[in-house]
Design a protein around this ligand. Structure first.
Ligand code: F6P
Length: 461
């Protein structure tokens, strides 16, 4: 197998891991992918400095070479806070109401992609497989091609791809997608995002698209686009069952909730995660069943994310208000129905929390995949598993269809499914969990990596 070069906006350098709550699934998944294959991981250090060097800082961690560059404040503003997270992120999550189309953001995005290309170029050998990740770096492959690199290059999008009617609201949308077609292989999390992409290529670019194989032909070039659903590092995560920190955390949750059923939500504080809508659903549940305040406690872990962006500050405020309103209306002297926690947690702590909570409420309005749902399933006790309530608009719903699937926009649907979960008998819980665990265990991150890199290695080069 040729050497693998992974390029992503963030690089999970070990000392920066730990309580990685806001890190999201990507960094964890790529750590697992590279530890197995070895190779090089290149990205942003997360640091902002005046006048940064193009020369990456390089370190070796467990067989993986990590190379990072710093960014200038203007780059962070226009590329990371700007085009990546105020233009593409909301647009890709169907939120054109929040999408900002600023010319400076687009220029900053192209400038930083060019800097990434210039910095990584001296490290690339002719046979290397290059695997670029996520919406921050769509044009990077084209920037490398412009420097003469003929390596096999793949791109994986961790977010949804929006329907064509929304995507065409992006100025210069054709230009962006044409850069994407410079890769040899393009991966999406599920069939729905893939279909939207193929539809766009056929309708807006006039490409020849074969939906059965994902083959796209345009201007004499050919690219393959496919769905590769990402999974968790199942072996490593489930090994936490015997971890002292996991057991202690489970005990802390159980002793603090006493006889009440604990229901858990873990999401980055992001408007795509449907957090206010989730609280509306919980509020509706208590409106319908006020006496159940004695039976149910909801714990929402929501580490802050992208806090320099206005829409993220707004969502935090809304959430705090809603949690306060439910607690104000429903608390008793000895119980509070909603616990809202802003901190990140280690993987071991999360394992313990998932194990102790008999319901998980995972209700993003739109999500590329959602690995919290898969981790929750993995952490359950096979003899007495909890119930997963999952948004039908998460990529994970296409695989985890034995969960209780809900419409996250409907408070009544959320309330109804919380009630079903509370009342579900042990036999049905076990039967549903046995179906869920098969895909969580088998469609894991190692298989995802093997499938994608195997297909990439088999492309023309
Ligand atoms: O794909 C979602 C994503 O942008 C990932 O790149 C990352 O794992 C996560 O969200 C966290 O976001 P950020 O890197 O902006 O903190």
């Amino acid at each position: 197998m040729p050497r693998l070069i992974v390029i992503s906006n963030r690089v999970a350098v070990p000392h920066a891991r730990g309580k990685a709550g806001a890190q999201g699934g990507l960094a964890g998944a790529l750590t697992a992918a590279l530890e197995k294959a070895g190779g090089l991981w290149f990205g942003w250090s997360g640091k902002e400095v005046d006048d940064p060097s193009d020369q990456p800082k390089v370190g070796e961690f467990g067989g993986v070479t990590m190379a990072t560059i710093d960014l200038a404040p203007q780059d962070v503003e226009e590329y990371y806070n700007g085009y990546a997270n105020s233009t593409l992120w909301p647009l890709f999550h169907y939120r054109i109401d929040l999408t900002q189309y600023e010319r400076d953001f687009g220029l900053g995005y192209e400038r930083v992609n060019e800097r990434f290309a210039a910095s990584v170029a001296p490290m690339i050998q002719p046979d290397d497989l290059i695997w670029v990740h996520d919406y921050h770096l769509i044009p990077l492959g084209e920037r490398l091609r412009a420097r003469g690199f003929r390596n096999r290059m793949g791109f994986f999008l961790h977010t949804p791809w929006p329907p064509t009617r929304l995507f065409v609201s992006l100025p210069f949308h054709e230009r962006l997608v044409r850069t994407m077609l410079e890769y040899d292989l393009i991966g999406f999390q599920c069939g729905e995002w893939l279909e939207s992409f193929l539809h766009y290529c056929g309708k807006e670019l006039g490409a020849e698209v074969d939906e059965a194989t994902g083959r796209i032909e345009l201007d004499g070039k050919c690219v393959i686009a496919r769905a590769y659903p990402i999974g968790i590092d199942y072996e490593r995560f489930t090994a936490l069952r015997d971890d002292g920190e996991a057991r202690q955390t489970a005990q802390r949750v159980l002793s603090s909730t006493r006889r009440r059923t604990a229901m858990i939500g873990v999401d980055r504080l992001d408007y795509s995660k449907g957090l206010p809508e989730k609280l509306d659903g919980i509020s509706r549940f208590f409106d319908h069943y006020p006496e159940r305040v004695q039976d149910l406690v909801f714990i929402q872990i929501a580490p802050p994310s992208r806090a320099d962006i206005g829409s993220y500050q707004d969502i935090r405020e809304t959430l705090e208000q809603k949690a306060g309103q439910i607690n104000g209306a429903r608390s008793r002297i000895d119980l509070v129905p909603v616990r809202y926690v802003n901190q990140g947690h280690t993987a071991a702590e999360l394992f313990g929390i998932y194990l102790a909570c008999k319901i998980a409420l995972v209700t993003p309005l739109r999500d590329g995949m959602n690995l919290v749902a898969k981790e929750y399933v993995a952490a359950q006790d096979p003899d007495d598993p909890g119930v997963l309530i999952l948004s039908r608009f998460a990529g994970a719903a296409q695989q985890l269809d034995a969960a209780l699937l809900v419409n996250p926009y409907s408070p009544d649907d959320i309330a109804h499914n919380i009630h079903l979960a509370l009342e579900m008998d042990p036999a049905e819980r076990r039967e549903r969990w046995q179906r869920l665990i098969v895909t969580v265990r088998d469609d894991n991150v190692q298989r995802w990596t093997e499938n994608f890199t195997g297909d990439l290695a088999a492309t023309r080069g």
